[in-house]
Design a protein around this ligand. Structure first.
Ligand code: FES
Ligand code: FES
Length: 183
């Protein structure tokens, strides 16, 4: 059986030749965080990383990916949703319906890895994902907030609490939950 390395695990799958990676992830491996939007590489809802590079899984045949290549989905971006992009998303209440947001987060995470201090132009060029709820302004603000957090942490600062991060950027008040996230 063919194999894929997904979120650090080698997994077997069975699919017809040409089956897009998206359907292997969702229907065989149970990783339903990656969404189907358009199926023609336009919306970005299906964005995953392959060896750290954002790819649109709806048009990428699973068989084209070698077992040695590392696929990361939203479920594997961080063990506890603590990636700076995920924390900034939470702090700024970016998602509305949420459908496009896994893809948005994966694209944004790849952007700040490649360009730790992205300009608005960098963000506009990298973030070609479509959001029918119109979260674009908050997506941009959250990417800047995450980039600032990452730069501060590189200099030794402790990660800010999600509530503090939201308040600092947009004056959003969060109720802290027991797990330390925001309600
Ligand atoms: S579902 Fe893949 S880009 Fe829209
Ligand atoms: S949050 Fe609804 S489509 Fe983007």
């Amino acid at each position: 059986m063919p194999k894929l390395n997904v979120n650090g695990k080698t997994l077997e799958y069975q699919a017809d030749e040409g089956t897009p990676l998206l359907w292997v992830l969702r229907e065989q491996l149970g990783l339903t965080g990656t969404k189907y939007g358009c199926g023609i590489a336009q919306c970005g809802a299906c964005t995953v990383h392959v060896d750290g590079v954002p790819m649109r899984a709806c048009v990428m045949p699973a068989a084209a990916i070698k077992p040695t290549q590392k696929i990361t989905t939203i479920e594997g971006l961080s063990p506890d949703a603590s990636h700076p992009i995920q924390r900034a998303w939470q702090a700024l209440d970016v998602p509305q319906c949420g459908f496009c947001q896994s893809g948005m987060i994966m694209a944004a995470a790849a952007l700040v890895k490649a360009k730790p201090n992205p300009t608005d132009k960098d963000i506009d060029e990298a973030m070609t994902n479509i959001c029918r709820c119109g979260t674009y302004n908050r997506v941009r603000t959250a990417i800047h907030a995450a980039a600032r957090e990452m730069a501060a942490q590189k200099k030794g600062a402790k990660p800010k609490k999600v509530a503090a991060l939201g308040k600092e950027v947009l004056d959003i008040t969060h109720v802290e939950t027991k797990s330390g996230g925001a309600a």
